[in-house]
Design a protein. Structure first.
Length: 183
């Protein structure tokens, strides 16, 4: 008589089925957690831009305006010191920066014609009166379920429909008007 060792085919199939069930339960939770982390990163990036713009306006442009681009915010003052934002957020105006599953786009508007040369070497007349920074999911539904936007009003708005925030008025009204302020 021979001794048989090992698992039977039925036992192996049962183990594989149990692993499949556990994976089916865990994967959606993991995807939701990842999406939540991406959205938190996007909100954080917009807060950093708002803080940097406030700091730039106060210390670098004599309260005359805001930086015309993220590249300008990533340039340190000529007298030395740290830039206003980290280089991973730096991009020319209107160019998207991909960060944690979101595309961050910055546009500045309303050039201040009488603005002087700034502390970090931005040319005279390049400061802007207003700006719009938006964070859009790179892949809607996979990297995020919300669009975010902020402006010189320093309020961050979210849009839960798949419609990017394209403007925020001076009075703080976003476009589309279904966007709501984050608390």
């Amino acid at each position: 008589m021979r001794e048989q060792r090992g698992f039977t085919l039925i036992e192996l199939l049962i183990v594989v089925a149990i692993i499949g069930i556990i994976a089916a339960i865990a994967v959606p939770g993991l995807l939701r957690a990842r999406m939540s982390g991406n959205e938190a990163s996007a909100i954080s990036a917009l807060r950093v831009i708002n803080s940097a713009q406030l700091n730039y306006s106060t210390n670098c442009s004599s309260n005359l305006g805001f930086a015309p681009s993220l590249t300008n915010l990533a340039t340190p003052p000529l007298s030395g010191g740290q830039p206003f934002i980290s280089p991973d957020l730096a991009a020319a105006s209107g160019v998207a920066v991909s960060k944690s599953g979101f595309d961050i786009i910055y546009t500045g508007g309303g050039v201040v014609a009488t603005s002087p040369v700034t502390c970090n070497g931005a040319a005279a007349g390049t400061l802007v009166n207003n700006y719009l920074a938006v964070a859009d999911p790179s892949m809607w539904g996979l990297s995020g379920n919300r669009h975010f936007g902020t402006s010189e009003t320093q309020t961050i708005f979210q849009e839960t429909a798949n419609a990017a925030i394209s403007a925020i008025s001076a009075s703080g009204v976003p476009t589309p008007n279904t966007a709501t302020a984050l608390r």
